[in-house]
Design a protein around this ligand. Structure first.
Ligand code: ADP
Length: 473
């Protein structure tokens, strides 16, 4: 049984801002089926500490980047957790990465260096008698782990997963000392990136294996357009880079048992959920498709393109119900557009239960992202017979089968893809979507196909297992 320590900054259902948490929360159970045991090292944010019924101290540190800290073992939601309880770093009001106004915490470099440092220390000294065979870090917050492993001469293999390369975790070289880094390695071969310390670069340079969350994104990352400055190092590490598409938690996202909705087995069962959703969002009846969107509201997610392309949906009798939060200018623009269009309804906020109702009640789910490493909501859509309309990029390219004439003839289509990622192409895709929706037998066939797609973790967990096995045997 391979023992794996997952080092990660969020983990569902305990603490979540995005898909990273879903993956971190689902992977341990998925790996269990392959005989692997994964423990999850998480920062002891205030929001987490309040939710853990019982913890057991397994280690203490007198000075962890400026204060006392305790490593606590806990079990919750079937997860075997190691919580880094360091009040000076994590016990504060506000978000996990920044304050309520959306500004990053100024000590984020120390906060996540500490997480990485303890991840490496557990590999070196163990935690309460348990020592991992592999350390698996996620995104820049775990990025410095291989630097600390190297500094102590620890040979434990390090696997790194890129969930979103847009976040580099860069900071000034004046922090070399405070982050306990080896100044002799502050160069382009290790963790220096254009004169700054880069936690992401440290991981890309130092990991034994690098994975990312879809095969298309793995290829895209090698290009300047998507690699965001890291394409060079990734091209150098190409032989060690693998794309493994994310799964979803098929128990939590199961239309037959979902407690947040009127459960259904077949597409026809969506009708009552659609009516309920229209009511919740104050939308009337309409002849066209009810589209839904659940997302962070950022440029990455193509929300600005959506605003421009909306007339092609709304003027064709379509509707949109949207749930999200993010960039204030996009929130305002959406709220203003909703005032003008009776067929557009917007709720600003984060609401898990409502996200289930949207996915169940919608006819189609929109993911118009400029880049999308994997994307999860299109996978929820497939499982719920809510056809994805997505940009042809990253994981969206890998998980949706476009309703091309050939795919429709073969009876294989599950959604609509558009390319290039422009407002014009999205408008055209809305026109296609409305035409498909008007063709009831074709639409129903696509829904059935969608609901049959394998979107769980089986295949992907086997691929992670193969990497761990490769590194330990
Ligand atoms: P990202 O990680 O880039 O934000 P993903 O599609 O990979 O995008 O994952 C987003 C996750 O967060 C999904 O589980 C989605 O349902 C959830 N989510 C995003 N915004 C909201 C919201 N406003 N309310 C509820 N869930 C949300």
């Amino acid at each position: 049984m391979t023992q794996i320590l997952s080092v990660v900054s969020e983990c569902a259902p305990l603490i979540k801002t995005g898909g990273l948490a879903d993956v971190a929360g689902a992977l341990p159970a998925a790996l269990k089926a392959h005989g692997d045991h994964m423990r999850v090292l998480l920062p002891g944010y205030r929001a987490i500490m309040g939710k853990l019924p019982k913890t057991k101290a397994v280690d203490t540190y007198r000075d962890l980047f400026g204060g006392k800290a305790t490593l606590r073992a806990a079990e919750a939601h079937g997860l075997d957790l190691l919580i880094l309880d360091a009040p000076h770093l994590y016990d504060r009001e506000g978000g996990i990465y920044g304050d309520a106004a959306g500004h990053d915490w100024p000590d984020n470099p120390e906060r996540f260096a500490a997480l990485s440092y303890i991840g490496a220390l557990i590999a070196k000294d163990g935690a309460g008698g348990w020592t991992p065979d592999i350390v698996h870090g996620h995104d820049w917050q775990a990025g410095l782990t291989p630097e600390y492993l190297h500094g102590w001469g620890v040979q434990t293999p390090f696997v790194f997963t890129i969930h979103n390369i847009a976040f580099h975790g860069n900071t000034g070289a004046d922090r070399l000392h405070s982050l306990r880094l080896d100044a002799s390695r502050f160069n382009a071969d290790h963790f220096e990136f254009w004169g700054q310390i880069s936690a992401l670069k440290a991981a890309l340079a130092g990991a034994d294996r690098i994975t990312t969350v879809s095969q298309t994104y793995a290829r895209e990352l090698l290009t300047p357009e998507f690699g965001i400055g890291m394409d060079g190092i990734l091209r150098a590490r190409k032989a060690d880079l693998t794309g493994i598409v994310n799964g979803i938690d098929t128990d939590l996202w199961n239309p037959e048992t979902d407690p947040e909705i009127t459960p259904y087995k077949a597409p026809a069962g969506k009708a009552s959920n659609k009516r309920a959703l229209q009511k919740t969002f104050g939308l009337g009846k309409s002849d066209g498709p009810l589209c839904v969107l659940v997302s962070r509201l950022t440029e990455q997610k193509g929300i600005d393109l959506l605003l421009q392309a909306l007339p092609a949906l709304l003027d064709n009798g379509g509707q949109l119900a949207l749930l999200g939060s993010g960039a204030p200018h996009l929130e305002v623009a959406l709220a203003e557009a909703a005032e003008r269009h009776p067929n557009l309804a917007v709720k600003i906020g984060y609401d898990e239960a409502l996200s289930h109702q949207l996915i169940a009640g919608g006819d189609a789910i929109l993911v118009p992202s400029r880049f999308e490493p994997c994307g999860l909501t299109q996978l929820y859509g497939l499982r719920y017979g809510t056809l994805p309309l997505v940009a042809l990029t990253g994981g969206l390219a890998d998980t949706v089968i476009n309703a091309s004439p050939a795919a429709l003839t073969a009876g294989a289509a599950t959604g609509v893809q558009f390319h290039p990622v422009t407002a014009q192409a999205l408008s055209d895709a809305f026109t296609t979507l409305c035409a498909l929706y008007a063709d009831a037998p074709t639409w129903k066939k696509m829904q059935r196909n969608a609901m049959k797609q394998p979107v769980g973790w089986d295949t992907s967990a086997a691929e992670y297992h193969a990497i761990y096995t490769d590194l330990t045997t």
